[in-house]
Design a protein. Structure first.
Length: 253
């Protein structure tokens, strides 16, 4: 994926990691389309960042995905990269009786969302010469945070999904790349923007884009700060890492 020539659609990029990456990709020369649910935020982004295109999309709504696909491809028939960025992270208490709604909402957004995006855009991407479908998992795919069991599970599923579809899509000409964030200072959960344990957003986004450029054949984009989670099991430190993560009582994406 050549960042200087790619046309990139990023659903879930009106704030946080998605917007930070969108702006950096644009600065590197890519054509960028930002997607999100809230039209007011999209209008603000378009006004503040000339050259960044915007499209309304709710990845929890199949009809919205279909409408966005038509709009994006009508405007940008040269689209060659889709980044499935949209996600939610909410605390759950499975010892209570009211966790189901949160769990279902998390599965719909974090797992069905990327699957539906793939179904919508892969027919187009398979026809491009240098196409990529980018997933966003988490360090919590590999080490669980007690407060967010369904989030952990959906990100583990995104990781394994990425591994599986790569085997099918790369021979068909579509690269599959997985971005694996650690805790990052965003508004993903209450208090996370001020979490001293989390990685500063700008530092994370800068490192990700540097890795995209320096590791063009990478399957996973792993900033240094996520590796203790990603490799906890294979390094023999899993139990200690689980204890360390949950002892901090901090959010780790």
């Amino acid at each position: 994926m050549d960042l200087t020539t790619s046309t990139v659609f990023i659903p879930g990029a009106t704030s946080g990691i998605g917007l930070a990456l969108a702006l950096r990709l644009r600065a590197r020369g890519a054509t960028v389309v930002v997607g999100g649910r809230r039209t007011a935020l999209l209008d603000e982004i378009a006004a503040a960042h000339p050259g960044v295109d915007t499209v309304r999309i709710d990845t929890a709504d199949p009809d919205s995905i279909d409408a966005a696909r038509r709009e994006v491809l009508d405007r940008r028939p040269d689209l060659d990269v889709v980044v499935a960025m949209a996600g939610i992270m909410q605390a759950e208490d499975w010892t209570s009786d009211d966790f189901l709604a949160t769990a279902e909402r998390t599965v719909t957004t974090n797992l069905l969302g990327p699957i539906r995006l793939a179904a919508a855009f892969l027919p187009h991407l398979r026809g491009r010469a240098d196409a990529a479908f980018v997933t966003v998992s988490s360090g919590l795919a590999h080490v669980p945070l007690a407060a967010t069991p369904t989030y952990n599970a959906t990100k583990a599923a995104v990781h394994r999904l990425s591994e599986g579809i790569r085997l099918q899509l790369e021979p068909a000409g579509v690269r599959v790349l997985e971005i694996v964030p650690p805790a990052v200072r965003t508004g993903l959960m209450p208090g996370q923007e001020d979490n001293p344990v989390a990685m500063p957003l700008d530092a994370f986004a800068d490192e990700v884009v540097d890795l995209l450029v320096s590791q063009p054949d990478a399957r996973e984009i792993l900033v240094e700060g996520v590796k203790f989670l990603r490799f906890a099991e294979t390094s023999g430190t899993y139990d200690a890492t689980v204890a360390r993560l949950n002892a901090t009582d901090r959010h780790a994406v």
